[in-house]
Design a protein around this ligand. Structure first.
Ligand code: APR
Length: 242
């Protein structure tokens, strides 16, 4: 049986994506050696609530850098294929750890953003949201006087309860669970493959490096670019994989 035939025969396919899904768009991931964001910046110094409150200037600079980088990048063909598979009823839901909004931009409708979105900033006081480009123009406070912050989950912050519940339910109901481009090192996202597996799903992991959950998977593909693998699977789907 191939991954394409599992996709064809699946009742409910759920996809978990990580930063490896967007490197072919030009966005760095976090833990790739040398090129990963955490190889160049210290997350505990910059991507925490403590940094937001007590190292505000470096926090702002770091997120201005990330927002600026995001503005220079676009979804790639892999994002568009996943959106097309949703259209064709092959994929039901994408649960993403990414904050780039590329799945929605590529046309995916059912997307759960576990770690929020870098597309907006919001006021810590009144909650009002604004497009994140305002952060680049030095707009750091809200009209109400509150401090603006990127709408991403910072290290040490809990994920919104509703988001976790939704993601858990999707993983629980999946009969095929695809992991694309994640090192699966961050909780609670890295619990989702377990939840799917415990409920009888097949697990497929497509990731350049080995992950700690490879032993659980029914199929693992390493050292292949996600964009290329998805393209090959799509060709098999089109040819009508047995
Ligand atoms: N094709 C296949 N795999 C790739 C590609 C690619 N083109 N590019 C990168 N990868 C793999 C890397 O080998 C790496 O193992 O994607 C994985 C990305 O892992 P991380 O950088 O750890 O990203 P992710 O798993 O999404 O991190 C989870 O950690 O820092 C937090 O909030 C951040 O959401 C992020 C979370």
């Amino acid at each position: 049986m191939t991954i394409a035939s599992w996709l064809t025969n699946s009742r409910k396919t759920v996809v978990l994506t990580g930063a490896g899904m967007s490197t072919e768009s030009g966005l760095p991931d976090f833990r790739s050696p040398r090129t990963g964001l955490w190889a160049r910046f210290n997350p505990s110094e910059l991507a925490t609530v403590d940094a937001l409150h007590h190292r505000h200037e470096s926090f702002v600079e770091f997120y201005q850098y990330r927002i600026r980088t995001l503005q220079q990048c676009q979804p790639h063909n892999g994002h568009r294929l996943l959106a097309d598979w949703e259209q064709r009823g092959i994929v039901r839901t994408i649960v993403t750890q990414n904050v780039d909004g590329f799945h929605q931009q590529a046309g995916s409708q059912c997307v759960i953003e576990l770690h929020g979105s870098l597309r907006t900033v919001h006021c810590q006081q009144c909650g009002q949201k604004q497009p994140s480009h305002v952060y680049l123009h030095g707009v750091l406070t809200c009209e109400c006087g509150g401090v603006l912050r990127p709408s991403v989950v910072l290290f040490g912050e809990p994920l919104p309860e509703r988001t976790i519940t939704q993601a858990w339910e999707e993983a629980r109901q999946a009969d095929l669970f695809l992991v694309l481009g994640s090192s699966l090192q961050v909780s609670p996202a890295n619990q989702l493959p377990f939840v799917a597996k415990q409920n009888g799903a097949k697990l497929v992991i497509i990731n350049w490096e080995p992950t700690e959950l490879d032993h659980l998977a029914d199929a693992v593909i390493h050292q292949r670019k996600i964009g290329e693998v998805l393209k090959e699977i799509d060709q098999q789907l089109t040819e009508g994989a047995p």
